[in-house]
Write a protein of this length. Structure first.
Length: 185
């Protein structure tokens, strides 16, 4: 029987975990059963591109935390992106988007904000939160180091890694002796 290298097995395990996280996001409950969730799995050079863009954002905004988090994700084997088409309407006329009706919301000009597009339907934002938490739960159940990052999503959006998503969150994965995403200085 051959001896399999443990580090390679861990890498493969993280890829399998990422795939299962995408399934968790897809099968998470959605408002009215309408699925506007988008997912992607990022590996290799694209992980470095995300980290580099986070560093650019840090310099542009003069926010050092963005650079520190770029360093945290740089060593990630894989990153799961989960986004939503949040500028689509959900027919309840709740007004949480700032418009009196879903029809008014749908007619409103959609425009880019600093990191994401808006206005956003609150139900689509809730769907994103449920999908992201479902994916993070899957990673946790499989004992993979993970954390939900807003800043990864902002960089992924600038890099157009998830076309069609108006909001994106990122979940990096690693298998280290200590979770690198919760090292606070």
């Amino acid at each position: 029987m051959p001896i399999l290298d443990g580090r390679e097995q861990e890498r493969q395990g993280l890829m399998e975990t990422a795939n299962l996280m995408a399934v968790s996001a897809r099968t998470a409950p959605k408002s009215g059963g309408v699925d506007d969730i988008l997912t992607a799995v990022v590996t290799g050079a694209e992980v470095e591109a995300l980290a580099a863009d986070m560093e650019k954002l840090a310099a542009e905004r003069k926010i050092e935390r963005w650079s520190l988090q770029a360093g945290e994700i740089r060593g990630s084997e894989v990153i799961v992106l989960i986004g939503v088409r949040g500028t689509k309407k959900y027919a309840t006329n709740c007004g949480a988007c700032g418009y009196p009706s879903c029809d008014d919301f749908e007619k409103a000009q959609k425009k880019p904000g600093q990191d994401f597009d808006g206005p956003t339907c609150i139900f689509k934002a809730l769907d994103l939160g449920i999908a992201v938490c479902s994916a993070a739960k899957t990673a946790s159940l499989l004992n993979a180091d993970n954390r939900i990052f807003y800043r990864i999503g902002a960089a992924a959006r600038r890099l157009n890694y998830l076309p069609g998503a108006s909001i994106i969150m990122g979940i990096p994965l690693s298998s280290k002796g200590k979770n690198p995403y919760f090292s606070r200085l």
